[in-house]
Each structure stands twice: as structure tokens, then as C-alpha cells.
Design a protein around this ligand. Structure first.
Ligand code: SF4
Length: 614
């Protein structure tokens, strides 16, 4: 790989700004070796290593076809638009590359036609959005909603016209040959390199598991970037979801005769306020026996409906196969309710109540699904290790035999950063913690003149801290939820003296280079909520759930959060942890040992002095 990554390699010759980094060359060699020898590899590549080129160039060189999966659509696009063109240029190769996302990201031509005939708006504010969408319709070639930068994909107008499988008749649709989703899928089927996200990867693997077909073609190589997100996303895809609305949509699509025969019986059950979320249940919790019984009473109803549908001629009812498939998913959800290897829980939000089942042991499922479909699997991220060991991650994803590699960041953390843990703050669980923490935060922000992320572990703290900072400082306080996340990040980077207050969605995937971000503060060590149903079920299966599961999860989240600060070799700044347990508890050392080596201080004067240097 030296001919690409070495001092006089192709990257240096092609791009004068390219910096030679030995860890990048080392990673590329390991990736190439794993691909050539059909092995699996896990690489933690610290910030600055340049992991993207370190896996893309070996894929190109191997000439094998590959699936590259990322946690976010942003990274999917970055690969397609920025990194792949670079690799094409330096390798002189031009394999076909395609990007594919989940169905909800694409326009459905049929639903768009239906909506355009009689547009119904939930609010006046939707009218200009529809005008914008109509203008986009006149030129889009991909039907990919990400081209509509100002309209989020979950906007009601877009969810009303997306390629949701609940409304799709597939090859029987009059727009099938022009359909954006099926065209993107066809392109992906022919491409040598396909860029997907983890949701789609596991949606495909769970379809393959049922032998009901496949979304993605088979490739020998799989690269999973942002692999620290894998367990969560695999859990959601290998589990099941049930809402009363999903069943209502299905009932509404039945032919008149079947509607008459079946709807009433279902309605009697689904009209129960328990399903709509109107009963006085807490927001989230595990199923009681009574809840399970309510669900199981629907089992024979689905079976009868499935039989009646199967008796129809497909030509006579074009939605037949689609409906049968969805009924099969509902039935499999009901089957899992009696399976003790699944945790069953509900959660309520504005959209109603959702019921979920999630496998408790996800590692076996991930391992079987991945190793059964790929000959070589490369997993990488900047945050996979705990105390310089990959064992926790390796066990969570089931790749116990995979080779492991730890590549340290190429940035000088000792010189460019300090870690400040204030002295004398009350325990994070005490009432007095938050008022005292605000006073400390104000002191820090005065010294840093804003330029800070305040990363919180709860929405409650986001509200409390942002409102207190607005009262007590003249800083430009940007609060999560008051604008879209990209909008807030854009303002943060542009507007002086800003402090962005956000919860977990800002702990990762957010990149602000340079002086605009000089301080990252976290309110407390990010332990999972002990009552969160999936976490609780998994922790209970371990000998020591706290040390074996809770701490490693918190450590990885902690590394992600603090990792926002230093994104280039010129970046400098301070990390602040307001949670004194980092130093007072024995386990605090695990956090410290797992992060980059930094100078630790408890003195605000040292912080001020450090900040005054830049
Ligand atoms: S094939 Fe399905 S997704 Fe595509 S336009 Fe037709 S109904 Fe919509």
C-alpha cells in the first residue's frame, strides 16, 4: 500500500496537501490482507488516521465487489461525492458505484399523483413546502429526498408521498418502470461497489433470513464504517414493531368484501385505548401478561385474514402479496411475544403507542447474518475499544475470531487539549447539582467566549441549561430542537460566541473544525438508563451487568462526545466533565484510560490560561 500512502506515493503526488500517516498505511495493509484472505477485521482508527481512504483503496485494488455500510446518510453521500472520486483518480480505476437508501427516502410516483390531485394540508405552513417539492419534481432524476435540503425527510408532505412499502404494488404499479426506488435498486444490483446504511443493511439481512427475497445483491466484501452503531441498529431491524395504525392502514386496503368480514373484529380490539396510547401507561415499559394476552387474541384473526387473502387471484387484487407479507410480519411479531429470548416493550409518543420486540442476544444474530452472507467483513470506527481492548465490541457483534487493530489518533492531544474536572461540584444525582453546574459552566464559557458544545444526557438538562445560560450570559445559545440539527451546526460555525446545547444526537457525527469549537462540556457520564427495557434485559443476562455492559457502553459514548472537539491537527481546546465520579469512583479510571492521553486539571485558572493562548 506504500505506493499510495507512502511519502512519494500516489496520494502525495496527486494532492499536494496530502499528509503521510503511517497508521493509515497500516490500516490499508490490514484491510487488503483481510479482503485477499477472506478474513474478518475490526479496526479502531483514531481521529486523523484517514480510515475512509484506508479501506476504499484496498477495495479498489482487490477488484472484488463490496457493500459499504455507514450509520448515516451524510456519510453515504460524503463517500459518493468526495472520497470515491479521489480514489478513482489515484487508482485510475472506474468501477461502477451506486448509492441505495431505505424506501422512505424516495419519491413514490403513484402516491405523488394521488396527492397532487387533491392536496390536503395539515397546516398552512405546508403550502410553501409543497410548492418547493413541486419545483423539485420538475428536475429530479433520482427522486431522492436528500436533494431537498430545506425539507426534512420526516416532513408530513414527504411521508405522504414516499415509497413506503405499505402502499406499493411493485411490478403491478403503472409507474413501476420509472419508479425511483426500484431504479436505484436495479442500479445497485449491477454496481461493483454499493453504498448503503446500517438500517438498509440489516433490513436486507432480515429479509434474507425469512427467505422472502432480498433487497441487496450478494457481495463478497462488507465494510461497516461507524461500526459502533451496529448493535443498536441491528437490534431494531431484527426485532419487530407493531402499531394500531399499521393494522388500520392494512384493513383500509382490503377489498370491500374482506373489509366487511374482518374489519369489525379487528376494530373491537384496536379501538381499545391501550393500542392508541390514550391509556394512563408510563411512556415506556415492558409488556405485562395482560398486554401479551390482548395481542395474542389477534393471532387467529390474522391467520383467517391471511387465508382469505391467499384465496384471491393476484390479478383480481394487486395488493394481495403485499398485504400477505405484512400479515406475516405481524404474525411473526406475535410469535415473538412468547419467546423468552426477546424483550417486549412499548413506548408512547405524539404519534401514538409503538410496541416492539427485540432479541436479547443480538450478537449471535449479527454474526450469523453477516458471516453467512459475506466472505470478508471489515468493521471500523473511531470508538470501539475500552481500555485499549476490542473485546467488548467483538463480543457484541459476535465476530469473536476477527483480527483486531488499534490505530491511535495522529493528533497531539497532550499538547493541544486539557481535561478539566471541576472541584467541589455536588454529586450529579443531588438536587443541588444543576444550579452549581450552571455557575461552573458560566465561568468556563466566559473564559472560552462561548465556542462550546454543552452535551447533555437528558432533554430535561438541555432545557434547564439552555434557559439558565440565556438568563445569565449574553452568549448566543443554540438549543437542540429550536431548528434542524444541520441548521444549528451551520449557525454555530458561523455566529460568534455561540454555545450549542444538545442531547445525544449531538454527541456524534457532528464536525466543526477550527476555533469555532474550543470547548466540549459533558454534564454527566453517559450511563444507559437502568430502566431502559432492552438495556435492562441484556444487563440482567450478564454476571455483572454494570461492569460488563453499562460501563463499556458509557465509555464508548463518552469517547464519542468528547471526540467532537479535535477534528484536525490544528484544533485546540478543553474537555470539561462536570461529573466528579470520573475521578472519585474506581470505574472512572476506565473512562480515563479509554480516551486519548490528555493533561488533567481541576483548576479553572489553568483552563483560563490555556484558553488565553489561542
Ligand atoms: S412501484 Fe411502488 S414505490 Fe414505485 S411508484 Fe409504484 S407504488 Fe410507488
Amino acid at each position: 500500500m506504500k505506493r499510495y500512502f507512502g511519502p512519494s506515493g500516489k496520494l502525495s503526488r496527486t494532492f499536494p496537501d496530502y499528509e503521510v500517516r503511517e497508521p493509515q498505511n497500516e490500516m490499508a495493509k490490514a484491510v487488503f490482507h483481510a479482503i485477499e484472505n477472506e478474513q474478518h477485521l475490526i479496526v479502531e482508527a483514531g481521529t486523523g488516521v484517514g480510515k475512509t481512504l484506508a479501506y476504499l483503496i484496498p477495495i479498489f485494488e482487490s477488484e472484488k465487489s463490496a457493500l459499504i455500510s455507514t450509520a448515516t446518510k451524510v456519510l453515504q453521500h460524503q463517500l459518493l461525492e468526495k472520497d470515491i472520486p479521489v480514489v478513482k483518480e489515484v487508482t485510475g480505476m472506474n468501477p461502477e458505484v451506486a448509492i441505495l437508501k431505505g424506501r422512505s427516502n424516495y419519491l413514490c410516483l403513484l402516491r405523488k399523483e394521488q396527492f397532487a390531485l387533491n392536496p390536503l394540508f395539515k397546516s398552512k405552513r405546508d403550502i410553501p413546502v409543497w410548492s418547493e417539492v413541486k419545483a423539485w419534481l420538475s428536475y429530479t432524476e433520482t427522486g431522492d429526498f436528500s436533494e431537498l435540503e430545506e425539507v426534512p425527510a420526516y416532513h408530513p408532505i414527504l411521508t405522504g408521498i414516499n415509497a413506503d412499502r405499505n402502499y406499493c404494488t411493485g411490478s403491478k404499479c403503472p409507474f413501476y418502470t420509472e419508479c425511483h426506488f426500484y431504479r436505484a435498486r436495479k442500479k445497485a444490483q449491477k454496481a461493483q461497489i454499493v453504498l448503503v446504511n446500517h438500517h438498509l443493511l440489516f433490513a436486507d439481512l432480515s429479509v434474507k433470513e425469512t427467505n422472502y427475497g432480498a433487497i441487496l445483491p450478494l457481495h463478497p466484501v462488507l465494510v461497516v464504517d461507524e461500526a459502533h452503531k451496529l448493535e443498536d441498529i441491528a437490534s431494531s431491524q431484527f426485532g419487530g414493531t407493531f402499531t394500531a395504525r399499521m393494522v388500520s392502514i392494512l384493513l383500509g386496503q382490503l377489498p370491500a368484501e374482506l373489509k366487511l368480514r374482518h374489519s369489525g373484529i379487528f376494530r373491537e380490539i384496536l379501538d381499545d385505548p391501550f393500542f392508541s396510547g390514550e391509556t394512563e401507561l408510563k411512556q415506556r415499559g415492558v409488556f405485562s401478561d395482560e398486554m401479551t394476552d390482548k395481542f395474542l387474541s389477534m393471532k387467529p384473526l390474522f391467520e383467517n385474514l391471511r387465508k382469505d387473502l391467499a384465496g384471491l387471484e393476484p390479478e383480481a387484487f394487486e395488493m394481495r402479496d403485499n398485504l400477505i407479507q405484512r400479515i406475516t410480519s405481524f404474525s411473526s411479531f406475535l410469535d415473538k411475544l412468547q419467546d423468552t429470548d426477546f424483550v417486549k416493550y412499548f413506548e408512547s409518543n405524539r404519534a401514538g403507542r409503538q410496541f416492539r420486540s427485540v432479541p436479547i442476544d443480538i450478537s449471535t444474530k449479527i454474526e450469523q447474518a453477516l458471516t453467512g452472507n459475506f466472505e470478508s467483513i471489515i468493521m471500523t470506527s473511531a470508538t470501539l475499544s475500552v481500555r485499549t481492548k476490542l473485546d467488548f465490541f467483538r463480543n457484541r457483534v459476535g465476530l469473536k475470531e476477527a483480527e483486531g487493530k488499534l490505530l491511535a489518533s495522529t493528533f497531539d492531544f497532550k499538547k493541544n487539549t486539557i481535561l478539566y474536572v471541576p472541584e467541589g461540584l455536588p454529586e450529579v444525582n443531588c438536587e443541588e447539582f444543576r444550579p452549581s453546574a450552571v455557575a461552573e459552566i458560566v465561568r468556563i464559557l466566559e473564559a472560552s467566549e462561548g465556542r462550546a458544545f454543552l452535551l447533555c444526557t437528558s432533554h430535561r438538562n438541555v432545557s434547564y441549561f439552555s434557559s439558565e445560560l440565556r438568563k445569565r450570559t449574553k452568549l448566543n445559545v443554540l438549543k437542540q430542537g429550536e431548528s434542524s440539527a444541520p441548521g444549528l451546526i451551520g449557525r454555530f460555525a458561523m455566529e460568534k460566541n455561540s454555545v450549542l446545547v444538545g442531547s445525544f444526537s449531538f454527541w456524534e457525527g457532528v464536525d466543526v473544525k477550527g476555533e469555532a469549537l474550543s470547548c466540549v462540556i459533558i454534564d454527566r457520564l453517559p450511563f444507559p438508563q437502568p430502566e431502559e427495557p432492552v438495556f435492562k434485559a441484556r444487563a440482567e443476562r450478564m454476571d455483572n451487568g454494570f461492569f460488563g455492559y453499562s460501563i463499556p457502553l458509557a465509555v464508548l459514548q463518552y469517547k464519542q462526545g468528547l471526540g467532537r472537539l479535535i477534528r484536525s491537527k490544528e484544533d485546540k481546546g478543553i474537555f470539561v466533565v462536570l461529573d466528579g465520579r470520573l475521578l472519585s469512583k474506581r470505574y472512572g479510571k476506565i473512562f480515563l484510560d479509554s480516551f486519548y492521553p490528555v493533561q488533567l486539571t481541576r483548576s479553572i485558572d489553568k483552563v483560563k490560561k490555556f484558553l488565553a493562548q489561542f
